[in-house]
Design a protein around this ligand. Sequence first.
Ligand code: HEM
Length: 88
Amino acid sequence: GADPHRRVTLAELRSHNTRHDAWLAVRGRVYDVTEYLSFHPGGVEEVLRAAGDDATELFDEVHRWVNVEGMLGPLCVGVLDEAAREAE
Ligand code: HEM
């Protein structure tokens, strides 16, 4: 299983940006959403807009009320490196 405390650099996050290998970050936590894509009520393409990126802003624009950690907790692969976030 994944270690939810592992630090993920921005470069690593950015390298997972396709529909067959899609990671995104929401509120500092990084999720491998590849298996989730086809279950997303808003469609695959919408989630892919944020693949390989910090999705927090887009996520909150469309559904700030959705409990991402509650839904995707088991898909969490780590935390976005603080230094990487500050460099954005
Ligand atoms: C709808 C989850 C990422 C765009 C939804 C809904 C859920 C959900 C549960 C239904 C919400 C409701 O009806 O109240 C997630 C999760 C995400 C994610 C867990 C994280 C991986 C995104 C991203 C976008 C997005 C990055 C990009 C803009 C949308 C849109 C809808 C939607 C447009 C509305 C669909 C409709 O009502 O027709 N999402 N979402 N989602 N999501 Fe996401």
